[in-house]
Unconditional design. Structure first.
Length: 508
């Protein structure tokens, strides 16, 4: 029995599926086509309900999934649901072709149907389509996952009981049917991406595309997915970031480029992480990380204004104020304020002891930067609820960022945090090819020590820098995490149509 079948007893399910197949055979015997090629719709359910006064007595065609049925011999009612909502239908045997009424009688909850007829108002005041034509557009062989149905006479109405999170992620197509509000989450997602594009286009930036399969991965500290190209007989990597290719385009003369893309990191999964995720990265010539901070707060607040008409949102019961400007807080200051220890300038031994005393499990290959990052991630990050820019990271944590103009031990980098997690990453980009080579060599040593998230040495990228890259500000924003905020969803899986899942257990 598959997971979705747990909503019903195996025997009951098998019987329901057997009966539906019998009805399918009867439909074929009647000469009906249970899987036709199309249907001409004139209106959505919402349009009929919204314009019912103008449509009264006029013929419309509407299609959707049959979500309730009730019948009284030669008369029947039902509700069909499309993307926009639900509309009631009314069926009378003496007002339909004989075949159409027979098809209606063989229909089940979940079937996709099309109805053509006049709009009228019932005695109870409900806008309804009186069927002059009833078509079955797709006969469903598997029932929707419901625990119970309320009966009023012979009426059957679906009630959503498809609440198991894992099942909903695994079988999103069912989730979208029985939990219509889930569709709104993905409408919000689409609008976030659309408004982000509009914002960046209005600034004159060019949307571009860069390789997904890369001979050398880079642009982020992450473990890659590895594949093999048979013809070239060489390993390739699914990109972990777009950064190095986008900065090559800045070298080539573009003043501002961005990409909205799928990236892939072979890492753990939690409420903020999925191995496949969507990023927006943008690079702007002649700017630095202070410009990128303003860009982030203006971008995010403007998206909120476009979608909701305001910059104050409720996320999981907490009000989040996106109004610029957002606070700027240096990394070491943030740690000291939270744990009471100033980590700046601490040596490796001291940092290992501090991390252990704070309850962190310390890996032997961790160096100073990694220890500082882990302490921050565990002890500070979960408490950053309101939008905050954490700035000025240690050099060893940021191999692609320019050294801080006031402190060469730090880099000009910030990460925007909210909801207890990071939603992006940004630098004044390193454009000194000699310093960049030294940083890559330091990363290579970390790889050799066992840090499989360290970055590779990319000779072609270094060659590009040697041709000259202007001062550049760079930014990456996690689209999925941003959508979590705007759609008020607690997990990244709630805003990805098909999140990565463990394989289903074999059917018993």
């Amino acid at each position: 029995m598959s997971d979705i079948d747990k909503t019903q007893d195996t025997g009951d399910l098998n019987e329901i599926m057997r009966v539906r197949r019998e009805k399918l055979s009867q439909l074929y015997d009647l000469g009906a086509n249970p899987y036709p090629y199309g249907f001409d719709r004139s209106h959505s359910a919402h349009e009929i309900l919204a314009d019912h006064e103008q449509l009264l007595g006029k013929q419309v065609s509407v299609a959707g999934r049959l979500m309730s049925i009730r019948g009284h011999g030669k008369v029947g009612f039902g509700h069909i649901m499309d993307t926009s909502g639900r509309i009631q239908i009314y069926v009378r045997k003496d007002e339909l072709p004989e075949l159409d009424f027979s098809v209606f009688k063989l229909s089940d909850i979940g079937d996709i149907v099309g109805v053509t007829g006049e709009v009228f108002i019932t005695r109870t005041g409900e806008t309804t389509v009186k069927a002059a034509k009833f078509e079955l557009l797709s006969k469903t062989l598997r029932p929707l996952p419901v625990v119970k149905e309320r009966g009023e006479g012979d009426e059957r109405v679906v009630y959503d009981q498809f609440a198991d999170k894992e099942l909903r992620y695994r079988q999103r197509y069912v989730d979208l049917v029985v939990n219509p509000e889930v569709r709104n989450v993905f409408v919000v997602r689409s609008r976030v991406v659309s408004y982000m594009r509009q914002f960046l286009d209005d600034l004159g930036f060019l949307e571009v595309e860069t390789p997904v399969l890369q001979p050398i991965y880079g642009g982020a500290s992450a473990r890659p997915f590895v594949t093999h190209h048979n013809t070239l007989d060489m390993p390739l990597y699914l990109r972990v970031a777009d950064e190095l290719y986008l900065k090559r385009l800045i070298v080539g003369g573009f003043d501002g480029v961005y990409e909205i893309s799928k990236d892939f990191r072979n890492e753990g999964m939690d409420r903020f992480h999925n191995p496949e995720f969507t990023m927006m990265e943008v690079y702007v010539a002649y700017q630095d990380y202070t410009y990128m901070m303003e860009l982030v707060e203006n971008l995010v607040s403007s998206i909120a204004q476009k979608i909701f008409g305001k910059t104050e949102l409720i996320y999981q019961g907490t009000e989040i104020d996106l109004t610029p400007p957002w606070p700027r807080l240096p990394l070491f200051q943030a740690i000291e304020e939270r744990v009471g220890i100033n980590l700046y300038g601490k040596n490796l031994a001291d940092l290992k002891k501090i991390a252990s005393d704070l309850g962190l499990k310390v890996e032997p290959f961790w160096r100073e930067g990694k220890l500082i990052d882990e302490i921050f991630s565990e002890k500070v990050e979960p408490f950053l609820i309101q939008p905050t820019f954490i700035t000025d990271y240690p050099v060893e944590l940021s191999p692609l960022a320019k050294r801080h103009r006031d402190d060469p031990k730090l880099v000009e980098r910030f990460e925007p945090f909210m909801m207890g997690g990071e939603i992006g990453n940004a630098f004044s980009e390193l454009n000194d090819p000699i310093d960049q080579r030294d940083r890559f060599l330091a990363q290579k040593k970390l790889l050799e020590l066992g840090d499989d998230e360290a970055q590779m040495l990319d000779e072609d990228y270094l060659r590009a820098l040697e041709y000259g890259m202007p001062p550049t500000g760079g930014l990456g924003i996690g689209i999925d995490r941003l959508v979590m905020l705007f759609a008020d969803q607690p997990s990244i899986r709630d805003v990805i149509f098909f999140p990565q899942m463990r394989p289903e257990k074999p059917t018993e």
